[in-house]
Design a protein around this ligand. Sequence first.
Ligand SMILES: Cc1cc2nc3c(=O)[nH]c(=O)nc-3n(C[C@H](O)[C@H](O)[C@H](O)COP(=O)(O)OP(=O)(O)OC[C@H]3O[C@@H](n4cnc5c(N)ncnc54)[C@H](O)[C@@H]3O)c2cc1C
Length: 482
Amino acid sequence: MPDTSLPTGHAAALAAIREALGPAGIVDAPEEMAPYCRSWRDDIHGRVPLVARPASTDEVARVVALCAEAGIAIVPQGGNTGLTGAGQPHDDASEIILSLGRMNRIRDVDPLNDTMTVEAGCVLQTIQEAALKADRLFPLSLAAEGSCQIGGNLSTNAGGIHVVRYGSAKGLVLGLEVVLADGRVWHGLKGLRKDNAGYDLKQLFLGTEGTLGVITAAVLKLYPRPTDRATAFLAVEDPAAALTMLARAKAAFGEAVTAFELIQRRGVELAAAKLDGVSDPLKDPHPWYVLMELTGQSAPGTLNQGLEAYLADAFEAGVVADATIAMSDAHADRLWHMREGLAEAQNTDGVSIKHDVSVPVSSIPEFLARANGTLLEAYPTIRLLAFGHVGDGNLHYNPAQPLDWEADAYRAERPRINRIVHDIVVDLGGSISAEHGIGILRKAELAHYADPVALDLMAKVKHALDPHDLLNPGKVFDLSAP
Ligand SMILES: Cc1cc2nc3c(=O)[nH]c(=O)nc-3n(C[C@H](O)[C@H](O)[C@H](O)COP(=O)(O)OP(=O)(O)OC[C@H]3O[C@@H](n4cnc5c(N)ncnc54)[C@H](O)[C@@H]3O)c2cc1C
């Protein structure tokens, strides 16, 4: 199919890409390209002349080299579950999408080194399952794990529910293989826990949202497979009580605290109303809840006993109002289904203005009090919703459209609401993006809040690695002359 919308040089390069990848590596029918061009929330859309789907590192390198020669920009894409528009092309059809989904081989599992070498297009859940098969754990876990890919996870430095114990994606990588903007391959696939021979170059590509290179493979860290698991859902009066429970959990169980999530009452109501198989886990309503999980190497049932004692103490101290302990894996999975379905449930609950913020864990109650108070004063009928990874100081703070407002009128308030929320975050020493990244959605906010020296350093790194701004241009920040 001729690419009539493109400059002549581009058309020739696209023809060469078609030839290099063959029909299995090209998607160009408009209806087949559509899912690659729209965001998971269906709020950001772009256009491309084709989607390239290479099946090997050599093919990625070939596509990137052809694009570099012709000056065609590339949007790397994994599972397209990102929440900031970082994986969407612009709408002028000047870029191509480079989808890594066919690079989905697990190249090696080394149980004695506790490592696994995987290609960028491996779906996260497939990696978790392969680790379990080797009697190991790959601990990265997020609600999108059935479709997000490890290349996307590493490029966004994904967080998820286990950061409180294992850290974010960045900390789970030992080595990378990366195709650079000029088409050269950096072979950094080392499985070493100690390696101080020069700069730690992999850090350049972790969390940089496809703007500095295309990750094609990674060496991941594996952990012992837990033998014991305990899950509880607790009701507390306020976020301060949730933090007391977090501190008590760390004191009682140490590293076994694997997840610690805060959910506002409205989140439970929303999940029960919108998600199949979800009902309120407790008899009476309470303003806030914690979903917590312990895992470890103890004999099965040991952590459950510990959890019972921990909750009994907390009841006696008046910190917890009610609680349920999961009595089976299925029960625990149901509780997690409620928490993990919240993003999806919100998609059908009117416009919500999303914030993915972090503050020091100790500042969570102050953040919520100030943000809720200011927003309610400005918009008395706004529907507040906060939930998230409170053990990491990370909240998804998503005030939703008042029922008496039109969607467009509420959307128009986005800049003002962002400013209210982010001013408080920054005042508390926090971050305007805890785990989702910047992409397009938070680019203006980053430009407003970031240290100018940091922005200058970022621009210098970008110039050094991608001088013609061909890798995911216009994402994270706009490149200007250094
Ligand atoms: C229901 C739901 C729940 C979520 N929960 C969480 C959560 O708890 N924690 C969290 O951190 N995120 C969460 N996310 C966001 C999202 O899943 C993560 O950002 C994930 O890491 C993105 O992976 P992906 O493969 O979908 O990447 P994509 O969306 O395809 O791409 C994301 C970014 O990475 C770049 N990229 C992708 N692959 C490569 C590559 N191989 N080389 C270079 N750049 C690349 C893209 O250009 C883009 O900038 C959630 C999303 C959904 C829909």
